[in-house]
Write a protein that binds this ligand. Structure first.
Ligand SMILES: [Cu+2]
Length: 461
């Protein structure tokens, strides 16, 4: 699925004098990705010149950027450019990203690697790349105006440093940030340990994703960039449920999830079925004495968390942000609560003036999950996604961890829905018969109404 594109004649600026002229003579290919599917783990081709081996990560609905080895230096080429991201099947959003996608490709290196990153700017305005969490020379930190001139449109800059610390990091612009991050410019960076590390466990599955948010007016295709807090599309790697791939594991696998938050609010990420521990942050591995079991961990703005668990319970387990409006698509915030309100009569009166009028939320909002409403073109519905037992009523930061005994090692394909063993699923029971009571236990005449009364308060009509 990768379309290779060769760069010739790109204008080049040099961010540092330490990059040799020979290294600049030819840019590495800017590999592009046209698919929003989860790419299988990328293993460097060949053995010689491929650098130290590592266990690659899987980027949720993303991919890893291939590199080339040039005289012992790992060279990458990022192209900042306008992209069209498919946030869910049929829901396309104009974003800015890197190498044809938002988020950009994941950069995977090994502790101690010397890394050279070419950044070509094909945006209509200047940009930079900040390497969040890295130890590096100040001049490589990517803060426009402070540590380097901005990268003008059409120019290529180069960054070079040694990946000194193993861990989970990210990259994003430090130039017109509010616009560029609201448009989807961000990516993950994983530095694998060079040898067995006492605080970094070997895992069978290693997933990573970024939390991001957009403000896309229903019916439009381009995010609003002046939004500060009131985003309406809550996504993982610029995808929304049901467009987010499940995270698949084989029963007994040790699984690591690396999550970064580049939205403007916190997200309590909650997983069903199994407990996990936070084993690391973008500051490094967490000492073992400072780990405790959790089923929810809060990611503050600009934070990263590495969580780990043993996938020892088979099933389809939900994993989602616990802010319930973050698991929904765009909705009108001004809809009043109608639960318990009887609209009969009223609707008919309104329909005389507005024939298409519909009641929303009379019995809660769940009906919206199944409702066939006419939506403007390219509008992501408020609740969507269908499971084996009907609508799931989710539409944003929601996915599943699918644990299966028969999932082959290294197989990341979706195994489908979990087949519950007989007798292990919630089920309907026949309507309860009137329980037999002793005569003395018969309740007195039931109260005329059931309205709430405070203790000690005399009830009167
Ligand atoms: Cu959230």
């Amino acid at each position: 699925m990768q379309r290779r594109q060769f760069f010739t004649g790109a204008a080049i600026g040099v961010a540092t004098a330490s990059v040799s002229r020979v290294a600049m003579a030819a840019l590495p290919e800017a590999v592009q990705q046209t698919s929003a599917d989860t790419a299988p783990p990328w293993t460097p081709p060949g053995v010689t010149g491929a650098g130290r081996p590592y266990n690659p990560v899987v980027t949720l609905n993303g991919w890893t950027l291939p590199w080339r080895m040039n005289d012992g230096v790992k060279e990458f080429h990022l192209v900042a450019e306008p992209v069209v991201r498919e946030m869910a099947p049929g829901f396309l959003v104009n974003m800015w990203g890197y190498n044809c996608q938002s988020p950009g490709p994941t950069i995977e290196v090994v502790e101690g690697d010397r890394v050279r990153l070419f950044v070509t700017n094909r945006l209509p305005e200047h940009t930079t790349v900040h390497w969040h969490g890295q130890r590096l020379p100040a001049g490589m930190d990517g803060v426009g105006g402070l540590t380097q001139p901005q990268i003008p449109p059409g120019k290529t800059y180069v960054y070079e440093f040694v990946a000194r610390r193993p861990g989970t990091f990210m990259y994003h612009p430090h130039a017109d940030e509010m616009t560029q991050m609201a448009m989807g410019m961000m990516g993950l960076w994983i530095t694998h340990p060079k040898a067995r590390h006492p605080l970094i466990a070997e895992v069978q599955r290693d997933y990573c994703f970024l939390l991001n948010a957009f403000d896309v007016e229903p019916g439009s295709r381009t995010p609003q960039v002046n939004t500060m807090l009131d985003f309406n599309i809550w996504s993982w790697n610029s995808r929304v449920f049901p467009g987010i791939s499940p995270m698949v594991a084989r029963l007994g696998d040790r699984v690591r999830l690396r999550i970064g938050n580049l939205t403007m609010t916190n997200h309590p990420i909650h997983m069903h079925g199994m407990e996990f521990e936070v084993t690391g942050t973008d500051g490094g591995p967490v000492p073992k004495t400072a780990r405790w079991p959790e089923v929810t961990t809060d990611l503050g703005v600009g934070q990263m968390r590495q969580i780990e668990f043993v996938a020892d319970e088979p099933g389809d387990w939900s994993i989602h942000c616990h802010k319930s409006h973050h698991t929904m698509g765009a909705m009108g915030h001004s809809v009043p609560t109608m639960i318990g309100v009887d609209h009969r009569g009223l609707v008919r009166k309104i329909q005389r003036h507005a024939p298409g009028y519909m009641v929303m939320g009379e019995r809660g909002m769940a009906d919206m999950g199944a409702m066939e409403m006419e939506l403007p073109d390219n509008t992501f519905p408020m609740m969507t996604g269908t499971g084996p037992f009907g609508p799931i009523e989710m539409g944003g930061m929601f996915s599943t961890v699918k644990v299966r005994a028969d999932q082959r090692p290294g197989d990341y394909t979706d195994p489908g829905w979990y087949a519950m063993p007989a007798g292990t699923q919630a089920r309907e029971v026949p309507a309860p018969a009137q329980p037999a009571r002793a005569p003395s236990a018969q309740p007195a005449t039931p109260p005329a109404d059931a309205s709430a009364r405070k203790p000690g308060q005399t009830h009167h009509h």
